[in-house]
Design a protein around this ligand. Structure first.
Ligand code: ATP
Ligand code: MG
Length: 544
C-alpha cells in the first residue's frame, strides 16, 4: 500500500515487520460540545486510514469528565459523523469501562505502583517541579499497599469530600517529562454522569483511562493531536504497567487551524451561550452542524481534508482554501438560478403586453442537466449593482443610453431614468431589440455586459443573507478569540427571485448567477436565500 503520510509509513513498516496484522482506529470525542471542522480532519484520518487498510474505526466517547458532558452532545456527534458518511464499527464510552479501569488502578496499587495522596490540587502542582528542576515526592508516597487499597476503596465508597484525596501513579518525580511525575490517575468528584448517573463518585483521569479503553477495544493506532506528544510516555507506562493484553500505539498529528475561524470548543460554546450566534448550527459557525446548515456539501469538506493532508507540525490553513473546495464542488453540482438584490424595476416600453418563456440552462457544468423555462415580460427587475446613474469609465452594465444583454433573453437599452423625490432611482424606461434574442441574435449589436434579471410578472420576494467571518484577522500572534470577534457578520438584503427558488422548497443549493452560492430556507412562508460561499475564488495555490 502506498503511504500518503507519515502515519501510513509507520503502519506499512509495522505490517511488514509483523508488529500489527491490521488497523483498528477510533475517533475519540469528549461529549462536551459539538464537532467542528478540526474534528473533520481527525474523522477523515481515523476513518480513512482504517478503510484504506481494510480495518475498522470505532466511535469512542471519552466521557471521563461528567460535569461537562451531555447526551445532547452524544446525539449531535453521531449525526455529524453520519452526515460526513462515515460508518463506525462499534460505539464505546469510557464509562463502559469504568469497572475495568478501576480494577487496573487496584492492580497498580497491589503492585506498589500507585498511592493515595492527601495533598490538595494546589500542593500537587506546587511540588511538581519545573522543566529545569525535579519535583518533590509526596509525603504520602510510601503508604503501605494495604493502606492504599483501603483508602482507595474508601474513596470509591464516597467517604471523602471532592478533592480531599487522589490516586497517583508512582513513577518518577525527577523525570524530565513532567507528565511522569507521579500523575494523578483518579479523583473524587461528585457529579451526575450522563450515563452512569450517581454510581461513581471517583473518576479516572484522561491519561489513565484512554490507553486502557484503547486496549479494551482492540485499537492498534491511537491517533491524537500534537499536544499529547508529551503524554505518550505516560500512555506507554499505563499500557506496560496495568497488564493489559492488547497493546495500542499512540501517534500524534498536527491539529487543523484555519484563519478567521474559531476552533476552540470552549469558545464556540461561549458564542452560543452569549447568543452571539443563533445556535450551534448558525451558518457562520465552523461546527459540522453549522456547515451542514449553511449548505456546505460533506464531500467538499472531505476533499478539503484530503488536500491538506496529515503533517507532524502545526500550521494555519487559509480559510479561502476551504472555500475553494466548497465552490469547486457546488460549481459542478448546483443548479443555476437568478435573483436580484435590492431590485430596480425596468419597464421595457416596446415589449408586448404578453409575456414569453425563455430557455434557461440549468447547469453549464453538467451536460445532462438540460434547460428549464423562465418568464420574460414587459416589466422586469435588475440588481441595483447593475445600474449606475453616474457610471465610471468602462462601465459595461446598464447606464442611461447604454446597452446591456439580459442573460438568456434580449439586448435592452436604457432610454430614461425615473427618479424618486430623494434622487434615488424609481424605475428605468428601456427598450429591447427584438432580433437580439439569445441563441438567435441577428441584431449585429455588440454589447460588453451581460446582467441577470427576474420577471416582475412571476418573481417572488425574498430575503438575502450574506455572511462575513465571525473572527477578524489576528493583529498579533496568539491574540485571544474574544478580541477578534466580528460583530457585523450578517448582511441582509431585500431581493426578488425566480419563482422556481420557492417552488423547490427548503434546503436546496443554487448558484445565483453572478452572485454566489446560496441555500434556500422557508421562514414562515418567506423565501430566504442564505449564502454558502461567494462566487469569487480568492485562493491562490502556493505551489503554482
Ligand atoms: P476540548 O476543546 O474539549 O479539549 P477537543 O477540541 O480536543 O476538545 P475532542 O472532543 O477531545 O475535542 O476531540 C476529539 C478528537 O478530535 C481528538 O482526537 C482531537 O485531538 C481531535 N481534534 C480536535 N480538534 C482538532 C483539530 N483542530 N484538528 C485536528 N483534530 C482535532
Ligand atoms: Mg482537546
Amino acid at each position: 500500500m502506498e503511504a500518503n503520510n507519515f502515519i501510513e509509513e509507520i503502519i506499512n513498516q509495522e505490517l511488514e515487520e509483523g508488529k500489527v496484522d491490521g488497523v483498528h482506529t477510533r475517533f475519540p470525542p469528549k461529549p462536551n460540545g459539538y464537532l467542528h471542522i478540526g474534528h473533520a480532519k481527525s474523522l477523515c484520518l481515523n476513518f480513512g486510514t482504517a478503510e484504506k487498510y481494510g480495518g475498522v474505526c470505532n466511535l469512542f466517547f471519552d466521557d471521563t469528565n461528567p460535569s461537562k458532558e451531555k447526551t445532547e452532545y452524544v446525539d449531535a456527534i453521531k449525526a455529524d459523523i453520519e452526515w460526513l458518511g462515515f460508518k463506525w464499527f462499534e460505539v464505546h464510552y469510557a464509562s463502559d469501562f469504568f469497572d475495568v479501569i478501576f480494577e487496573k488502578a487496584v492492580k497498580l496499587i497491589e503492585d506498589g505502583k500507585a498511592f493515595v495522596c492527601d495533598l490538595s490540587a494546589e500542593e500537587i502542582s506546587a511540588t511538581r517541579g519545573t522543566l529545569t528542576e525535579p519535583g518533590k515526592e509526596s509525603p504520602y508516597r510510601n503508604r503501605s499497599i494495604e493502606e492504599n487499597l483501603q483508602l482507595f476503596y474508601a474513596m470509591k465508597d464516597g467517604r471523602f469530600a471532592d478533592g480531599e484525596k487522589v490516586l497517583r501513579a508512582k513513577i518518577d518525580m525527577s523525570s524530565p517529562n513532567i507528565n511522569l511525575r507521579d500523575p494523578v490517575i483518579y479523583r473524587v468528584l461528585r457529579a451526575t454522569h450522563h450515563r452512569t448517573g450517581d454510581k461513581w463518585c471517583i473518576y479516572p483521569m484522561y491519561d489513565f483511562a484512554h490507553p486502557i479503553c484503547d486496549s479494551m477495544q482492540g485499537v492498534t493506532h491511537s491517533l491524537c493531536t500534537l499536544e499529547f506528544e508529551d503524554h505518550r510516555p505516560l500512555y506507554n507506562w499505563v499500557v506496560e504497567n496495568t497488564g493489559v493484553e492488547h497493546k495500542p500505539r499512540q501517534i500524534e498529528f498536527a491539529r487543523l487551524n484555519i484563519t478567521n475561524t474559531v476552533m476552540s470548543k470552549r469558545y464556540l460554546k461561549k458564542l452560543v451561550e452569549d447568543k452571539a450566534v443563533t445556535g450551534w448550527d448558525d451558518p457562520r459557525m465552523p461546527t459540522l452542524t453549522g456547515l451542514r446548515n449553511r449548505g456546505v456539501p460533506a464531500q467538499a469538506l472531505k476533499n478539503f481534508c484530503e488536500a491538506i493532508g496529515i503533517a507532524k507540525a502545526n500550521s494555519e490553513i487559509e480559510v479561502s482554501y476551504l472555500e475553494h473546495f466548497i465552490r469547486d464542488y457546488l460549481n459542478a453540482y448546483a443548479e443555476r438560478a437568478m435573483a436580484v438584490f435590492e431590485p430596480i424595476k425596468a419597464v421595457i416600453t416596446n415589449f408586448p403586453d404578453k409575456s414569453e418563456k425563455e430557455d434557461f440552462e440549468i447547469n453549464p457544468s453538467d451536460e445532462t442537466a438540460g434547460t428549464r423555462k423562465i418568464t420574460f415580460s414587459k416589466e422586469i427587475y435588475i440588481d441595483s449593482e447593475d445600474f449606475s446613474l453616474d457610471p465610471p469609465p468602462k462601465y459595461f452594465r446598464l447606464k442611461k443610453d447604454g446597452y446591456v444583454r439580459l442573460k438568456n433573453a434580449y439586448i435592452i437599452k436604457c432610454d430614461d431614468v425615473v427618479l424618486n423625490e430623494d434622487g434615488s432611482v424609481k424605475e428605468l424606461l428601456c427598450s429591447y431589440v427584438p432580433e437580439s434574442k439569445s441563441g438567435n441574435d441577428t441584431s449585429g449589436i455588440k454589447v460588453k455586459g451581460v446582467i441577470h434579471w427576474v420577471s416582475a410578472e412571476d418573481c417572488v420576494d425574498c430575503e438575502i443573507r450574506k455572511y462575513d467571518y465571525l473572527l477578524k484577522d489576528a493583529e498579533y500572534p496568539g491574540q485571544d478569540f474574544s478580541e477578534r470577534m466580528n460583530y457585523d457578520s450578517v448582511h441582509v438584503f431585500k431581493g426578488k427571485a425566480e419563482p422556481y427558488l420557492k417552488e423547490v422548497g427548503e434546503g436546496k443549493s443554487f448558484q445565483l448567477m453572478r452572485k454566489g452560492y446560496y441555500k434556500t430556507f422557508d421562514e414562515d412562508g418567506k423565501l430566504v436565500l442564505s449564502e454558502i460561499v461567494s462566487l469569487k475564488d480568492s485562493f491562490k495555490p502556493i505551489n503554482k
